[in-house]
Design a protein around this ligand. Structure first.
Ligand code: AMP
Length: 542
């Protein structure tokens, strides 16, 4: 017997409809590509998304056709997202920092019919245009611009398109399992792979990220997603924000520390989200300007391991609670988030604080397990000590990559993340490494994350990476690549001495290499593969 309750598909259009009905005057503040600011609200975002949906109707697209975006976090991009997915097309977000060959591969692989771009990416689009096999329409996310029209005669302008369209549009109803959006993995090895999210997975994920034990989003918040909309949908925040009706500050292309500090202070941001390298830049800028970041209650850190020293600084200096979360493109991304349980409240302040360092526990909707390295379906006991392959299952976890026939799962239906981790009885997750980043020295494993966390706590070090370098005797040994803070006189010996008594002697890196800049990937993560290639021989040279 079925229950006698209404059944409505979980569609992305219902999120923007909700925001329009009940949060129409809540502010959406956006930085444009030229640095100017646009003040909008959910009502206007919703109306424009309907105008854009009407414009897309004139393009003769078929259901589930892919519409690609190469754009920063801004209001037009947000409107286009809802217009595309709400109409039943698939919004394909593209990372502009990829190599041109990778962009071509991704766009052709996705068979994108429309390419929407911010005007800062005009040259990028022009440089690959001849290699694109499927794109029929180009839309520049801006007002009419003579120079752009001359360079790309077939281009249409977003502002013109929506200006001529009505804001009356009935969002179509369809099955909630239909695809809504597409994002390719970073692809550090081989070609990037597409992860195809559904309306259902996106709406359920929005509930999960908003919960009090997740990012704790509410209608009283103003959130700043620094994490780009092309990096796993800005961790789902544009959807979750519409669901809870909070205000958004969209930072556009300027993601340097000083610009972010200014946005937080000028617009009274309560919650901001980004990868650790972004926060390092922000902390440096905040220290220089002397701001207290008074409005900022929480910052969510994920995408790479958050160093404990960063959590400490945010708490001690800015009274800001850092929420450490873990996830990946294949997991929408939320897989775990660090919030305490009631039993932690009886711990000492210091122990409570330490409990916030790990990547946290899974929210309802996902399950985690670790398995042994030899057999990917053999689950290891959750004792908080034994590390294994981290695997995940859930409502918003990939099943099969886009365009592939073969399942991406283990024989018993779990997705193997490629991360090495421990889990404790309560499901708290501690990532020790990506499997390929672990260092195997004389048969013993060394965690690069542990070594990085120690070095980054040094006040004169800005950014670090520990990698394995081939070694004639030990197979591999850790080496530390570091960027010093401005005017620091730090020597290699100073850094190595900093490790003494903090870690077993044999785990201390063999070498410290100072660099002026760290190679960063499209999502702000350190490109360890590039570092491994570059410093592959440093311990082999006599
Ligand atoms: P991506 O799909 O590009 O977002 O990359 C996902 C990978 O980033 C994960 O498999 C982890 O290796 C890493 N990652 C994400 N969040 C964390 C975290 N909080 N701590 C450590 N590694 C993380």
């Amino acid at each position: 017997m079925n229950g006698n309750m209404m059944s409505q598909p979980l569609l992305i259009s219902s999120l923007i409809e909700h925001a329009q009905n009940y949060h129409a005057d809540t502010a959406i503040i956006s930085k444009n590509t030229d640095g100017s600011m646009t003040q909008s609200d959910w009502g206007e975002i919703a109306n424009n998304s309907k105008r854009f949906a009407n414009a897309l109707k004139t393009f003769n697209l078929s259901a589930s056709d892919r519409v690609a975006t190469i754009a920063w976090n801004n209001h037009r991009h947000l409107e286009s997202w809802y217009g595309i997915s709400g109409s039943g097309y698939i919004c394909h977000t593209i990372n502009p920092r990829l190599f041109p060959e990778q962009l071509t591969f991704i766009i052709n692989d996705a068979d994108d019919k429309v390419l929407i771009f911010d005007k800062t990416f005009l040259n990028l689009v022009l440089s690959i245009q001849a290699t694109l096999s499927s794109v029929e329409h180009y839309i520049c996310l801006d007002a009419y611009d003579e120079a752009i029209k001359t360079a790309l005669p077939e281009v249409q302008f977003y502002d013109d398109l929506i200006a001529t369209q009505s804001n009356h549009f009935d969002w179509p109803m369809f099955d909630e399992t239909r695809a809504s959006s597409l994002c390719y993995t970073s692809g550090t090895t081989g070609n990037p792979k597409g992860v195809l999210y559904s309306h259902r997975s996106t709406v359920l994920h929005s509930y999960a990220v908003s919960l009090p034990d997740s990012f704790k989003l509410s209608a009283t918040d103003r959130i700043l997603p620094v994490v780009p909309m092309f990096h796993v949908s800005a961790w789902g925040t544009p959807y979750a924000a519409a669901m809870v009706g909070c205000s958004l500050v969209l930072p556009g292309p300027m993601l340097d520390g000083a610009s972010l500090v200014q946005l937080i202070d000028d617009y009274q941001v309560t919650t901001a989200l980004g990868v650790p390298t972004i926060w390092q830049g922000l902390l440096n800028a905040a220290q220089q300007s002397g701001t207290q970041l008074k409005s900022l209650k929480r910052n969510v850190v994920g995408g790479a391991s958050c160093p404990p020293s960063m959590i400490q600084t945010f708490k001690a200096v800015y009274d800001c609670e850092t929420i450490h979360a873990w996830g990946m493109t294949e997991t929408s991304p939320l897989g775990s988030v660090n919030q305490m349980k009631a039993k932690h409240l009886t711990l000492s302040e210091e122990e409570q604080f330490k409990s916030r360092f790990s990547q946290g526990r899974p929210p309802f909707g996902v399950k985690l397990r670790i398995t042994d390295a030899e057999n990917s379906t053999n689950e290891i006991q959750r004792n908080g000590k034994t590390a294994g392959n981290l695997q995940i299952q859930g409502h918003w976890i990939v099943d099969t990559y886009f365009g592939k026939d073969q399942s991406a799962l283990t024989s018993d239906g779990w997705f193997d993340t490629g991360d090495i981790a421990t889990l404790d009885q309560d499901g708290y997750l501690n990532i020790s490494d990506r499997s390929k980043d672990l260092i195997k020295s004389g048969g013993e494993w060394i965690s690069s994350v542990e070594l990085e966390n120690i070095a980054i706590a040094h006040p004169e070090i800005d950014i670090v990476a520990v990698i394995a370098a081939p070694h004639p005797k030990w197979d591999e040994r850790p080496i530390l690549i570091a960027k010093k803070s401005l005017e620091s006189q730090l020597t290699e010996k100073d850094v190595l001495d900093f490790y003494i008594n903090k870690i077993a002697k044999w785990q201390i890196p063999d070498k410290v290499i100072f660099v002026d800049a760290m190679p960063l990937g499209g999502t702000g993560k350190i490109l360890k593969k590039d570092l491994r290639d570059q410093y592959n021989a440093v311990l082999l040279e006599a």
